[in-house]
Design a protein around this ligand. Sequence first.
Ligand code: ATP
Ligand code: MG
Length: 234
Amino acid sequence: MSIFLKVSGLEFAYGEVTVLRGLDLEIEEATIACVMGRNGVGKTTFLRNVVGLEQPSAGSVFMTDHELTRKDAHERAAMGIGYVPQGRQIFPLLTVEENLSVALEAVQNGVREIPQEVFETFPVLDQMRKRKGGDLSGGQQQQLAIARALVTQPKILVLDEPTEGIQPNVITQIGEIIKKLVDEKGMTILLVEQYVDFVRKYGTSFQVMNRGRFVAKGEVAELDESMVKKHLSI
Ligand SMILES: Nc1ncnc2c1ncn2[C@@H]1O[C@H](COP(=O)(O)OP(=O)(O)OP(=O)(O)O)[C@@H](O)[C@H]1O
Ligand SMILES: [Mg+2]
């Protein structure tokens, strides 16, 4: 197994307020790495530093042997990073098809058409191509947000709380899709998730964040009740 993404000593502050305090993370290729932690500890900020929407004040980010640290989000997307932000952030007034096309335009990596397999992965989006994003259910919007990240055929998919506010049956669908991307395409996944059952079912490794630090980590099989109680329960 080889390391696909490597973060070392990552620090970040919003102005004077330090949010990330020296984060190290290694993700093996074709595995699902899960970052957990209570509200406001810095999970989203960490992902934004990984995908290039924020620039760290110290530390580095490598994808295999390519250094990403000083590259912006567009460059990282073109190099193979797909991002599904928290809260989905699709365009409500654009149709499903237009939402997907916008992603193609934004990421100049040679993929020019929405790959048919995106619609095969999400049949519901195929049926709703002409529907406005804002008229979809929450679960459908989350699928659209994932599909939008997949149209450019990324090597690593970064997802911020994909199960937040979503019905159980769609949560299972999303979990199965992510698993399939790993098993069949060798994709690597980094996801932030507060839903412990989802991590247990689909995750490979986990990290628990607290106040900008990773305070526990391991293989998902080692994620026991005492750890959940100590670090995650409210
Ligand atoms: N744009 C911003 N400017 C200033 N402070 C911010 C900004 N975004 C987030 N913060 C602060 O940084 C800290 C970490 O926020 P972040 O959104 O990364 O946490 P999180 O773990 O993703 O939380 P949640 O579980 O609620 O999504 C919080 O104290 C938050 O208030
Ligand atoms: Mg967040």
